[in-house]
Design a protein around this ligand. Structure first.
Ligand SMILES: Cc1cc2nc3c(=O)[nH]c(=O)nc-3n(C[C@H](O)[C@H](O)[C@H](O)COP(=O)(O)O)c2cc1C
Length: 212
């Protein structure tokens, strides 16, 4: 036991009990998400909560249809196999009682206007934008949301694999906010399994460098 248990309690949950998540609990998780840090405190996120079973199922069907369509463009069996390998993970949100669609809004990267005024090369501009601070904000919020869910007895899964169908999902849901796009999907619910675990991590020495 450590005081970091609130971190280690979170695992990606892909199977859920057929049990409702009250809207008050969802609001609490989203509030926790909004306490994530964000560059310039811009809070360029928006959370669309879908609790309607038919709509959740239709979103899964949209992903399946688009997945089939894209698979038909594969130029060889290998390409098709690598695309369809994780197919069932693209729609796992269909068995969750709640699906939260996480939208990302515009974020003005510090230095961009100046670089443009200077006539910077596309490489310089690319290097500035590559760390995507606006998306880092969204990542921080999603992690907060999932940590809150885990510590409230729920579980969820951060999902970007259905993103190839994000336009179709956004059109179906009918959510519009200037400059906002669907960045990730997180199903939330009570985990079906009680023995939860995560896949192993790389050893700390592999991912950490200390500069003396
Ligand atoms: C940006 C991002 C996208 C992910 N997309 C998916 C996904 O589409 N489907 C899925 O089953 N898991 C997805 N995951 C979950 C990862 O597979 C999972 O976090 C990783 O295997 C570590 O397991 P853990 O979350 O249980 O610790 C995603 C995670 C992140 C951070």
């Amino acid at each position: 036991m450590s005081n970091l248990d609130f971190i280690y309690k979170r695992h990606s949950i892909r199977k859920f009990k057929n049990q409702d998540v009250p809207i008050e609990d969802i609001k609490e998780m989203i509030k926790a998400a909004t306490y994530a840090p964000s560059g310039k405190n811009l809070q360029n996120w928006h959370f669309v909560v879908v609790k309607n079973k038919e709509k959740i199922e239709e979103m899964a069907k949209i992903v399946e249809r688009k997945s089939d369509e894209l698979a038909s463009y594969a130029t060889d069996e290998e390409m098709k196999k690598s695309f369809t390998k994780y197919r069932k993970y693209q729609t796992l949100f269909r068995n969750a009682p709640v699906v939260i669609l996480i939208f990302a809004g515009p974020y003005p990267s510090t230095g961009l206007e100046i670089l443009k005024a200077k006539g910077a090369s596309s490489e310089e501009i690319h290097n500035l934008l590559r760390p995507s601070p606006g998306i880092q904000n969204i990542g921080a919020a999603i992690e907060n949301l999932l940590l809150a869910a885990a510590n409230m007895g729920y579980g969820g899964c951060w999902m970007t694999s259905p993103n190839f169908a994000s336009k179709e999902i956004q059109d179906y849901i009918g959510f519009k906010k200037e400059g906002y796009f669907l960045a990730a999907i997180t199903p939330i619910g009570v985990p079906e399994e009680s023995e939860l675990k995560s896949p192993p991590r790389k050893p700390i020495e592999e991912v950490m460098t200390i500069i003396e």
